[in-house]
Each structure stands twice: as structure tokens, then as C-alpha cells.
Write a protein of this length. Structure first.
Ligand code: ADP
Ligand code: MG
Length: 247
């Protein structure tokens, strides 16, 4: 479904992604692991087009601060120079880190905003799926999103991404700052989302909570891919274990 080859991203002279190649197959749940500053957000932003967007904006201002090279193929098309919006239309949806929501809008308004490129009837169907997936949101429908707990905001953020109709859903540290109970809810929801036909890549600093559900994981250090394998293969590796599982 997605093939990334020799991807490099520089901010000024700092290398954020170093000669990275990986693939995602249809129907997989893929883990992208790495400590703080490893490059997880840059990788997901580059897949969704945000890095390219930032680069173009800076070029317009006369700067050449960001350099991206390599290739990104999605469903057999080269998407490297597509705008974020075009990638959204192709089904690449990013749920950004720290559960971003529109604070002054209600939960339902937020969810609907996720479907800004879709028809009203399609949005309605997706809303139903989101409420089935996260029943606590039903009661919160008319509440301002800014007043919600971190876990509830994350449900809204994932819900917005779903209303955008992903084929490939990229989740950037969805478990960050959540209680163990909420983490388990997000993990459960991710399996349901996959059942719904969506392929998933999720980044995390701590691999343990999502290890049971991933098909494969990629471990990144300083923008470089250092290891890949199935959940079990990664868990069995002593170095990985001490660095990413806290044991
Ligand atoms: N907009 C930016 N401008 C300059 N440097 C950046 C920018 N975004 C990220 N970086 C740098 O790129 C590296 C990777 O960051 P990031 O992708 O945010 O990692 P992670 O999400 O794994 O914490 C870090 O060294 C960070 O400081
Ligand atoms: Mg990040």
C-alpha cells in the first residue's frame, strides 16, 4: 500500500530523517517507535504532506530551510509532491500528536469538521461509526471540546480522523499522557478501526501497550531505522527490550 524509499528530511542542516526505507501493507497495524526527537512526527508529517507544505511555504518566503528527498509511493502512485489536501482525498489521514481539537467547538462540531471534504450523508454514517466506537462521546456530543479530559480529547481527535474516511490512518503518539484505562480503549478502538478496512501506522515512545496488536514495528533512532520485526521479534531482542519496554 505504501512504499517509502531512501527518505531524507533536513531542517536547515539538521538531519531529521536519514535514508529511511519501509513499507506498509494493506490491512496492517504498524508501530513506529523511537524516543523523543527520534523523528516520528517528521516521518508521519512527511507521509501526510505537512512537511512538504511547510517547505513550499518557506520557499515562497525566499527560504530553503527544509529539504526532502527520496520517494513515497502510495497505492502505486508517487505522492511526494502532493498537497496535504490531495493526500486526504486519497485516504491518507493524520491524527496529530497531543490530541488536537477545536477547543471552542462542541464534540460533534469537531467530528463533522473532520469530514470537510465529504458529503453530508457520508459524514452522518461516519459519525455513527465513531459513536459506536467511543460510546462515551454520545453524552458529550454538545460539550465544548476544550473542556474534555485528555482521553476524551483523544477519542474526538481519532473520531475526526475517521470522519475524514482514512484508507491509511497515521496516529502520532495517540497514547501520550493517557491513563492505562484510556490507553486500553484506544488500543481496542485501533483493532476495530482495522476491522473496518483501515490500515494503521501509529507512533509511540513506549511500545508495550500496542505491542500485542501490531503486525510489525519499525524502531527509529536519530532519524535512522535501526530495527524492524514482528511484535514478538522486537520483544525478544534484549536491546530493544531495555530501551523501549522499560525492563
Ligand atoms: N519544524 C522544525 N524545524 C527544525 N527542526 C525540527 C522541526 N521539527 C522537528 N525538528 C527536529 O527534528 C528532529 C525530529 O523531531 P520529531 O520528528 O518531532 O521527533 P519525535 O516526534 O520522534 O519526537 C528533532 O531533532 C527536532 O528537534
Ligand atoms: Mg513527535
Amino acid at each position: 500500500m505504501l512504499n517509502v524509499n531512501n527518505l531524507m528530511v533536513f531542517y536547515e542542516n539538521a538531519l531529521a530523517v536519514n535514508d529511511l526505507s519501509f513499507e506498509i501493507k494493506q490491512g496492517e497495524i504498524i508501530g513506529l517507535f523511537g524516543s523523543n526527537s527520534a523523528g516520528k512526527t517528521t516521518i508521519l508529517n512527511t507521509l501526510s504532506g505537512l512537511t512538504h507544505h511547510l517547505k513550499v511555504r518557506e520557499q515562497r518566503k525566499g527560504g530553503t530551510r527544509i529539504t526532502i528527498s527520496g520517494s513515497i509511493n502510495y497505492l502505486d502512485a508517487d505522492i511526494m509532491s502532493l498537497k496535504p489536501r490531495d493526500r486526504v482525498e486519497l485516504g491518507i489521514i493524520l491524527c496529530r500528536e497531543r490530541h488536537p481539537v477545536f477547543r471552542d467547538n462542541t464534540v460533534e462540531e469537531n467530528l463533522k469538521l473532520g469530514g470537510y471534504l465529504r458529503k453530508a450523508q457520508e459524514i452522518k454514517e461516519s459519525l455513527q461509526f465513531v459513536y459506536e466506537l467511543f460510546p462515551p462521546l454520545i453524552k458529550l456530543r454538545k460539550n465544548k471540546a476544550g473542556m474534555l479530559s485528555g482521553g476524551e480529547k483523544e477519542m474526538v481527535a481519532i473520531g475526526m480522523s475517521l470522519v475524514a474516511k482514512p484508507k491509511l490512518l497515521l496516529m502520532d503518539e495517540p497514547l501520550l499522557g493517557l491513563s492505562p484505562h484510556m490507553q486500553a480503549e484506544v488500543v481496542r478502538a485501533t483493532l476495530e478501526i482495522r476491522k473496518h478496512g483501515v490500515t494503521v501506522m501509529m507512533s509511540e515512545q513506549y511500545a508495550r501497550p500496542i505491542m500485542p496488536i501490531i503486525d510489525r514495528g519499525y524502531i527509529i533512532e536519530n532519524g535512522t531505522l535501526v530495527m524492524t520485526g514482528t511484535g514478538t521479534e522486537l520483544m525478544d531482542n534484549p536491546e530493544v527490550k531495555s530501551a523501549y519496554f522499560g525492563t
